[in-house]
Design a binder for this molecule. Structure first.
Ligand SMILES: [Zn+2]
Length: 300
């Protein structure tokens, strides 16, 4: 009898040990939707009429002081948000398809290990997608690791197509991870300048598009199990960017949804590649040695 009890306890101990070894920690959320707003500078948020975005800042966690990597142009900044590495490693210093200088830490696809790459390695069947208005953004996602990609031509001709394409994809596929890129604010910045009435008008229009994409997440029935992120690559100074002025290098970051602190202002410093590290934390992904980002303290 005593012997039987001993074996039973020993078996339970071994079983318990195996369980904890094989158990993968549960994802913080079942879906992460990133909406990237090209050329969305922090400078516009004080006076700007963007009711939905401002409501979501209260609904979740945010900072208005996320730093760009240098230079403050699109390529290196979208790349860093998705590949977790500083420019010194990625070599992505401009908007060209190829890195400006020799990169290190490349995968078998001759690309930086992006979030899409990590997900493909750890979750080969996971649905991941990119829907973008600036097609070149696809240079920074490692397309071989993406389930779905769609670039929309001529967004200025039909600015609602980004909403329609994103909504269709989200409702049909309910992706684990999706990156949506909206280019309109960058066009307004280049065309009319930082501080212009036209830029502010475009901000309000983009705010509506963001809301309609979030409505699609709700219609897909996955909103309660999702984390949604708004981010940006750079601001503007006058009608250009690429320099080091505060208007160019400070951009907002907003995150809300399942497991995210509400009404929380992120006070610690944040730089673009921290976004990749924060998303990796949501899915408990193993990050490569070349990654330098820090997950933000936004989780409940
Ligand atoms: Zn840009």
């Amino acid at each position: 009898m005593r012997e039987g009890l001993f074996f039973m306890m020993a078996a339970l101990l071994v079983f318990g040990a195996c369980q904890s070894k094989n158990e993968s920690p549960k994802d913080i959320a079942g879906h992460v939707i990133v909406i990237g707003l090209d050329g969305w500078g922090t400078w516009c948020m004080e006076k700007g009429d963007a009711p939905f975005m401002k409501e979501m800042m209260k609904e979740g966690s945010y900072t208005l002081y996320k730093r760009t990597v240098r230079p403050s142009v699109s390529g290196p900044n979208w790349a860093a948000m998705l590949n977790g590495t500083p420019v010194e490693f990625s070599g992505i210093k401009g908007n060209e398809k190829e890195p400006t200088f020799k990169p290190i830490g490349l995968t078998e696809h001759n690309a930086q290990p992006t979030l899409f790459h990590l997900l493909r390695q750890e979750r080969p069947d996971a649905e991941t997608g990119v829907v973008c208005e600036w097609g070149d953004v696809r240079n920074y996602v490692d397309l071989q690791c993406v389930s779905y990609e769609k670039a929309i031509d001529n967004p200025s001709g039909h600015p609602e197509s980004i909403v329609e394409e994103s909504a269709k994809y989200i409702k049909e596929k309910k992706p684990l991870f999706c990156f949506i890129h909206i280019d309109a604010l960058d066009h307004a910045g280049h065309g009319f300048g930082q501080g212009s009435d036209e830029y502010y008008a475009e901000l309000t229009a983009v705010d509506g598009r963001v809301k309609r994409i979030v409505d699609a997440v709700k219609e897909a029935g996955i909103y309660d199990d999702s984390i949604i992120i708004l981010s940006s690559d750079h601001g503007h100074e006058g009608t250009s960017h690429g320099g080091d002025s505060t208007n160019e290098i400070e951009t907002p970051f907003v995150i809300w949804g399942k497991g995210i602190k509400k009404g929380h202002e992120i006070t610690e410093p944040m730089i673009q590649y921290d976004m990749a590290a924060t998303i990796a934390r949501i899915f408990h992904l193993q990050t490569p040695n070349s990654w330098r980002g820090v997950p933000m303290d936004v989780f409940e």
